[in-house]
Ligand binder design. Structure first.
Ligand code: GLA
Length: 391
């Protein structure tokens, strides 16, 4: 948590909306996924954790039904006005679609928002980095509504509402992982989540003498309208074929051996590769969590590397920039594992690096990246934080 972002939000509130009397401030985190990628919408397992970076808001209730938004990060957009009487699913292409979508999803569930709000947001998640700035904004909004209006919603419900907003208001067909990780974050723990049932378990991430390092390609990824939705369709096609062939409900129901036994029912080699990733990655995530719990961090790291290879070759959601970061990281002594994280096509890698190897890691990976890509990547040594709270 970095309270200077809250202070900045408050100053902007004063500047844009006149005074700060009665303003309350909130925070919701971004996330990084350690393993289990593109498994959430396949009924599989994921293993993300909330970060100590995220989105802050300064909020005050209004007397009418207007909503005034201002983002310190996107200050060029200025104050954006909306109304509780004019929701526009799939039509708002500004950043306000995320909070408006959450309000819409609350109303859809019968929680009537009585009055509008003035809201200033300010975040320290690099935009477009794949660390879920949008999910953090959704969870933040859900938490604000819960606290300001006393709606009896659990944090899991807030995560589901966030996903509903993103799917049906913003038009991005994401799974539940990002919103769940932000809403349910717990300091120093990752969340082992079964996306088929939403059963979850916290697992302490004990990194003795090591750190989690997130490396940003600084290549913006754009998931809406991109290959993400194509991947979902391909996975759905595979699921239908395998449901006929062996009676599964989701790709997450299959062991690797069962997949090998039935895979020939999938005639399209591309669809078969997609399904292979979803099945193997789910089983890899399950195994990785068991290894971590047993203290076998080196094996956990090897599974992270295997996850990257599968995302690169079978699921084909990596890109040259992410591959360079991961492959250069693998060469550095003291790196236990490194992989792309999040949706892909840009964004970040996540690596586990021994403390004493971090300077070498930054230098070697940073230099190779600059040489091959032409611009710099950025390193963040991150910490695992809690879910949303009033600050
Ligand atoms: C994005 C989506 C998530 C998940 C990941 C890939 O972050 O929002 O739901 O599918 O991609 O694991």
């Amino acid at each position: 948590m970095d309270l200077s972002y809250k202070e900045e939000a408050l100053s902007a509130f004063l500047e844009k909306f006149g005074d700060t009397e009665g303003v309350r401030c909130y925070f919701a985190p971004g996330r990084v996924n350690l393993i289990g990628e593109h498994t959430d919408y396949n009924g599989g397992h994921v293993f993300p954790c909330a970060l100590t970076i995220g989105t802050y808001a300064a909020v005050r209730k209004r007397k009418d039904r207007r909503i005034r938004f201002y983002s310190v990060n996107l200050s060029k957009s200025g104050v954006i006005e909306r109304s509780l009487d004019a929701f526009q699913p799939l039509q708002d292409d500004s950043w306000t679609a995320y909070p408006m979508g959450v309000m819409w999803a609350f109303e859809k569930r019968g929680f009537q928002i009585p009055v509008g709000l003035d809201i200033v947001v300010n975040g320290n998640i690099p935009n477009g980095s794949g660390l879920s700035s949008s999910a953090s904004l959704e969870v933040l909004t859900g938490y604000v509504l819960k606290e300001e209006f006393g709606f009896p919603v659990s944090l899991v419900e807030i995560a589901k509402i966030g996903q509903d907003a993103e799917n049906n208001y913003c038009g991005m067909n994401c799974g539940i992982m990002d919103q769940f990780a932000s809403a349910m974050g717990k300091k120093d723990n990752a969340i082992f989540l079964d996306c088929a049932t939403l059963d979850y378990e916290y697992a302490p991430v004990v990194l003795d003498g090591m750190k989690l390092v997130v490396t940003n390609t600084n290549k913006k990824h754009k998931l809406v309208g991109s290959a993400y939705n194509d991947r979902r369709r391909e996975c759905e096609e595979a699921r239908e074929i395998l449901a006929d062939a062996c009676g599964i409900k989701t790709l997450g129901d299959l062991s690797n051996e069962e997949f090998e036994k039935y895979k020939d029912a999938i005639k399209d080699p591309v669809v078969r590769k997609r399904a292979k990733h979803a099945v193997y990655e789910n089983n890899r995530a399950i195994r990785a969590v068991a290894e971590l719990k047993a203290g076998h961090i080196e094996e956990f790291g090897r599974l992270m590397n295997a996850s990257h290879v599968s995302l690169r070759d079978d699921f084909e959601v990596s890109c040259e920039e992410l591959d360079i970061l991961a492959e250069e990281a693998w060469k550095v002594p003291g790196v236990l594992g490194s992989r792309m994280t999040g949706g892909g096509f840009g964004g970040c890698t996540v690596s586990i690096v021994k403390d004493e190897a971090i300077p070498d890691f930054k230098q070697k990976v940073g230099d190779a990246y600059k040489k091959r890509v032409g611009y710099d990547c950025t390193f963040y040594v991150v910490s695992i934080g809690d879910g949303p709270e009033e600050v």
